[in-house]
Ligand binder design. Structure first.
Ligand code: NAI
Ligand code: A1CAB
Length: 270
């Protein structure tokens, strides 16, 4: 079995490690590096996965997954530069960072694949979009596709779409959580106990997600089926429209896309 090293075991790094274990990978086939020793010790205790340093990770792993914040990439590139080459496979999970950045800093011919996953990886329901860089072959793409398929769904897309993907599915779970949080608050406003409001809304979200996933019908039709003539739902919809919630979502996702572009800008070539 191949060895995978995650460089930077924060929220998404942990989600990947945990998801891979959940999918049946042996802890011995996984490694991670982490700059905070207490965090590293905690992860090793919880998951039985060993932490290491970048040179050891580069030596032992077939796949090096970079999962540090985009703002922390420079020292990682400096460390990787003398250690990786065409025989390695570098997978970047970093928002905004182009494969060209890695290619310009690592040995000529180093294959790089850019991925935008999301935290539902923790429960095997990730949505990941993957884009090969200049030196990544179909085989490299297959390797990354296989890896991420074990923790959710995968699409292979051109890298030019990665900033939009980041805004939609990378950040998307946060917007659903935000909506759920606001709806629970509404339950509190109406006088329901918090635990009851939570159960009502979370199960409604799970049910709605399942219908979206399993029904062949468009979301508009699913919504219409809940919206009875002169019923309750349409009164709520009128308020959502009055408050411009649809436009707010368009703006929010566009702003997230813009930030992804901005995160990559200092590293733009030429
Ligand atoms: N959190 C999310 O939902 C998603 C995050 N991402 C991307 O994943 C990357 C990580 O994001 P998060 O996990 O949220 O951030 P985070 O801050 O939770 O994790 C980053 C981890 O990297 C460690 N780190 C930083 N520099 C290091 C170094 N030189 N060596 C070893 N460890 C180092 C930090 O100590 C931290 O634990 C970002 O680039 C982000 O754009 C992508 C998709 C979703
Ligand atoms: O907020 C962020 O920058 C990261 C990337 C996508 C989701 N979380």
């Amino acid at each position: 079995m191949s060895t995978i090293a995650v460089l930077g075991a924060g929220k998404i790094g942990e989600a990947l490690l945990s998801g891979l274990l959940h999918a049946g990978r042996a802890p011995e086939s996984l490694l991670f590096t982490e700059r905070h020793p207490e965090r590293a010790a905690d992860l090793t205790e919880r998951y039985g996965i060993a932490s290491t340093e970048v040179p050891e990770a580069a030596k032992r792993a077939d796949v090096l997954v970079v999962a540090v914040k985009p703002q922390d990439i420079e020292p990682v590139l400096d460390q990787l530069a003398p250690l990786v080459g065409p025989g390695s496979l570098v997978v970047s999970l970093c928002a905004g960072l182009p494969t060209a950045l890695y290619e310009s800093r690592l040995a000529e011919g180093t294959p790089v694949v850019r991925v935008m996953p999301n935290t539902p990886m923790l429960v095997n329901e990730a949505m990941s979009a993957i884009s090969p860089g200049r030196h990544a072959t179909a085989e490299h793409v297959r390797t990354v596709e296989e890896l991420l398929s074990s923790v959710g769904k995968v699409l292979v897309l051109p890298e030019s779409q990665q900033d939009a993907v980041t805004a939609l599915s990378g950040s998307g779970p946060a917007y659903f959580f935000y909506l759920v949080e606001a709806m629970i608050d509404a339950g509190i406003l109406l006088g329901l106990p918090r635990a009851v409001a939570e159960q009502l809304i979370v199960q409604s979200a799970v049910g709605a997600a399942k219908m979206l996933n399993e029904s062949a019908e468009h979301p508009v039709l699913l919504r219409e089926a809940v919206t009875s003539p002169a019923g309750t739902t349409i009164n709520g919809i009128r308020e959502l429209e009055k408050h411009g919630v649809r436009a707010a979502l368009l703006d929010a996702i566009e702003a997230a896309r813009d930030r992804s572009v901005e995160l990559g800008r200092p590293h733009q070539q030429g």
